[in-house]
Design a protein around this ligand. Structure first.
Ligand code: ZN
Length: 171
């Protein structure tokens, strides 16, 4: 019983951070961007939050994860994000998975899987590849349904006749 309670408490904590990432994704949706949000957390403190801003900044690297990682490093005044976890609403692409490894995060939690570009389990497990000196455990499926729902809403509004699920290839 106690173990189950502890497990639930841990899940609830992760889910609470993912809800913050979802709030960021909703801001992206309002701004007409592909709705992906991310937060970086250390201990029980959020140190950075960001949403996809590719259109607004005309920057192909302005994915939510990249911006959140940059802001977290700026907040800490250090490029090493050891002791920090990243929560993101969509499975990271190869670029973001690379940045996750290079920032030495402790862990990454994502919501919706990306079967076309996801590099934390779908196509590849880049962050856990032992070929790299540092590996970052990736945990998918956290509040996947609301994360997917935002993406579906965005793509349905953009292309009413489009078939198929959302993907960060669209980013
Ligand atoms: Zn990305």
């Amino acid at each position: 019983m106690h173990a189950r309670r502890t497990e639930y408490a841990a899940w609830a904590e992760h889910a609470a951070w993912m809800r913050e990432a979802l709030a960021e994704a909703a801001l992206a949706l309002e701004a007409g961007e592909v709705p992906v949000g991310a937060v970086v957390v250390r201990g029980n403190q959020m140190i950075a939050r960001a949403h996809n801003a590719r259109e607004a900044s005309a920057d192909p690297t302005a994915h939510a994860e990249m911006l959140a990682i940059r802001r977290a490093a700026a907040t800490l005044g250090a490029w090493r994000l050891a002791g920090c976890s990243l929560y993101v609403t969509l499975e990271p692409c190869p670029m973001c998975a690379g940045a996750i490894v290079y920032s030495r995060l402790d862990a990454v939690f994502y919501g919706a899987a990306d079967t076309r570009a996801g590099c934390c389990g779908s196509l590849y497990r880049l962050t856990e590849d032992p070929a790299f000196a540092h590996d970052v455990p990736a945990h998918g499926g956290l509040l996947a349904a609301p994360c997917e729902a935002l993406l579906t809403r965005f793509f349905a509004a953009k292309r009413p006749n489009a078939k198929g699920g959302p993907t960060s290839c669209e980013l």
